[in-house]
Design a protein around this ligand. Sequence first.
Ligand SMILES: [Zn+2]
Length: 332
Amino acid sequence: MDLTSDRYHRQKLMPEWNQELFSSSHVLVLGVGALGTYVSTNLTLAGIGKLTLVDFDTIEMSNLNRQLLFSIDDVGKNKADVAAEKLRMLNPDVQIVPFPKDMRKLTSAQLADVSAIASCLDTFRGRRWANSLAVRERKPMVSGGMYGFLGNVQTIIPYETPCFECQPLISQEKLSQACSPLGDARKDLLEEKTEPPIPSVSTLSSIIGGLMSQELIKLIMGIGKPIQNYLFYDGLHGAFTTIKLKRNENCPMCGTKFNVETQEILAFENELVKDLRHRIALALGLASPILMSKGKILTDNDTMTLAEGEKIFVSDERLAKPIALKIVYEKN
Ligand SMILES: [Zn+2]
């Protein structure tokens, strides 16, 4: 066989490279923007078996400075659809499945044969949801983030390495929201809120997208050593810093203790269920928790009538299984 006619000849020269395994693997790409277009391009060129591209967003003019695969004629079109079309031209061997909808609409069947997840999202809310999906489905995930010349990559192998929630590297402002008194101003925090635009440049997208692709390739083929566990890149100073995070036994996503030992939640006599629900959502970072007690779903406009020490069960799309919270009333 003429080796030069083999598309993958040069990568097969690496003794650890397993093209057969790689070409039968499936990567779920969440977010097809700056990072997602670089990650999916790299995996397509290397001949991944299948890519599912998830993004319900449309292409805007302001995306074109850093989002590979998109051009001016694509403005207004869906990102997943356009990326799928371009990637098929790059390598027709790869099965590309666009999913131009909200990622929360993915079904278990669509995830069944996924080998790894690439979280290429630009909001904390989205990344936290992706993490819950990875933990629930027990799929390894590589998550990337960028801010100007700064970037980070985190590799998460559920129940083996720390997940995104074990030691959340999120701003104090976001963490403290759950501790401030409940008021009308805070209630809208649960609504979908768009975060302000993030300063971004193509060089960072290609570096962080490249690092993420490398991690995915290693995870899929089981070669090398995954990033332990959080890699921070300062592009202005050309410095890489690795931060070793710890698994947290009290983590609401993957902690063993959290699910075994009942945590307490402060309630107020005669408050509306709705208010307690908002507080639980903020405290645990949940999207829309459902509260249950004694086998019944608590209705938002009911007042809290549970006795001190009684348990409520909280379920949410982000939780692998319901968690129990013990009611403790505020003493005046
Ligand atoms: Zn965790």
